[in-house]
Ligand binder design. Structure first.
Ligand SMILES: NC(=O)c1ccc[n+]([C@@H]2O[C@H](COP(=O)([O-])OP(=O)(O)OC[C@H]3O[C@@H](n4cnc5c(N)ncnc54)[C@H](OP(=O)(O)O)[C@@H]3O)[C@@H](O)[C@H]2O)c1
Length: 236
């Protein structure tokens, strides 16, 4: 049974809340006046505190955790991420399946999930170097991650929910300067996480991308390929 809604603030559940995009999303959601539940497996390292913030300890692949968290929310933003590995990855598709089931069960509608521009197999970025590095990352280094993101997209888009899939390019912690968005694919190699968080929250009040894939970027932002590889792919 859902918790009765006390006022007209949106109760927002953020998955992957302790990652860099998740923290930005929680921070900006609180600034916008939302009531936020932040799910993380490591609540002891979660840096934010607020009287409208509840930190939930748990794994997003745990059915009981997702069911209870969804029951007490109005909308869900999923920023869960997995590191590149040769082993199979299931966290994106498993959490998506559990979210869809729980949201159906509790009659919740709005689901926004982050995957990646790399999921779009048909998109050919401008420039030979960009196409080469994309192919190396998409088809080799990150294959199991992208395969599971694609599965997440299929799970979410097959649901009856008010879903939006958001595909960013490589992410950085540079300050946001405003984002660009287009259906399915967009050129632009890098996005500020600050901009991505703002875009995710804007979807709570914007129905242009309901039941659609939104490709996003921060126009004009560039980071050297080597720096991106070291910081975001090798996590060093
Ligand atoms: N990094 C990039 O360049 C890039 C590019 C395109 C798309 N993306 C996507 O954009 C999103 C945000 O990326 P990011 O780099 O800001 O964050 P991230 O480093 O991928 O971190 C996301 C968070 O997901 C949480 N998580 C992972 N498995 C979980 C599980 N089983 N249960 C609960 N939480 C789990 C982790 O938090 P805890 O350990 O605290 O639970 C982690 O901090 C992700 O979906 C990512 O795949 C990233």
């Amino acid at each position: 049974m859902a918790t009765p809604h006390q006022d007209d603030r949106t109760r927002l559940l953020v998955l992957g809340a302790n990652g860099p995009t998740g923290r930005q999303t929680v921070h900006q959601a609180l600034t916008r006046g939302h009531q936020v539940s932040a799910l993380t497996r490591h609540p002891e390292t979660f840096p934010l505190h607020h009287d409208r913030l509840q930190v939930i300890a748990g794994d997003a692949t745990d059915e009981g955790v997702i069911d209870a968290a969804v029951a007490a929310t109005d909308a869900v933003i999923c920023t869960i991420g997995a590191a590149f590995t040769r082993r199979p990855v299931v966290v994106y598709s498993t959490s998506a399946r559990l979210l869809v089931e729980a949201m159906d069960q509790h009659h919740r509608r709005r689901l926004i999930v982050v995957t990646s521009g790399g999921v779009d197999a048909d998109h050919r970025p401008a420039g030979f170097a960009a196409r080469l590095s994309r192919s190396v990352v998409r088809d080799h280094v990150g294959k199991t991650v992208y395969d599971d993101m694609a599965k997440m997209e299929r799970v979410v888009s097959a649901s009856d929910l008010d879903w939006t899939v958001v595909r960013p390019p490589g992410l950085t912690d540079e300050p946001g300067t405003g984002y660009a968005v287009a259906e399915d694919s967009i050129d632009g190699p890098v996005m500020s996480r600050e901009d991505l968080a703002g875009m995710l929250l804007d979807q709570l009040e914007d129905d242009r991308f309901l039941r659609k894939v939104a490709a996003v970027t921060t126009p004009g932002l560039t980071v050297s390929a080597w720096r991106m590889l070291r910081r975001e792919v090798l996590k060093r």
